[in-house]
Write a protein that binds this ligand. Structure first.
Ligand SMILES: [Zn+2]
Length: 95
């Protein structure tokens, strides 16, 4: 039973089940969404804020004039994740 809501880093789906542990003792998860067909991933990489695609979306949304809170809500990441990414990309952003 997973109480924390997890998102698949590949398809952003939420149909996630535990799937044993890695040799390093990290919890491994399996995505049961049709798009992934049983693909597994590790929790450390499970948060959308960690995926490159979402990071790019954060920057894209900022450049399109979306506010931090709007961006966080749409991409289902925390506002601190959004702020962190925007600071990292400040040189690309004229706002
Ligand atoms: Zn998936």
């Amino acid at each position: 039973m997973i109480t924390q809501v997890l998102y698949c880093p590949y398809c952003q789906g939420v149909d996630i089940v535990k799937n044993g542990k890695t040799p390093q003792g990290k919890q491994r998860y399996q995505c049961r969404e049709q798009a992934c067909d049983g693909r597994t991933f590790i929790l450390d990489y499970a948060y959308p804020g960690q995926s490159r695609k979402v990071k790019q979306q954060i920057v894209d949304m900022a450049l399109n004039g979306s506010g931090i809170r709007d961006t966080a809500r749409v991409l289902q990441v925390s506002t601190s994740t959004v702020i962190k990414e925007l600071k990292k990309n400040k040189t690309n952003c004229n706002q």
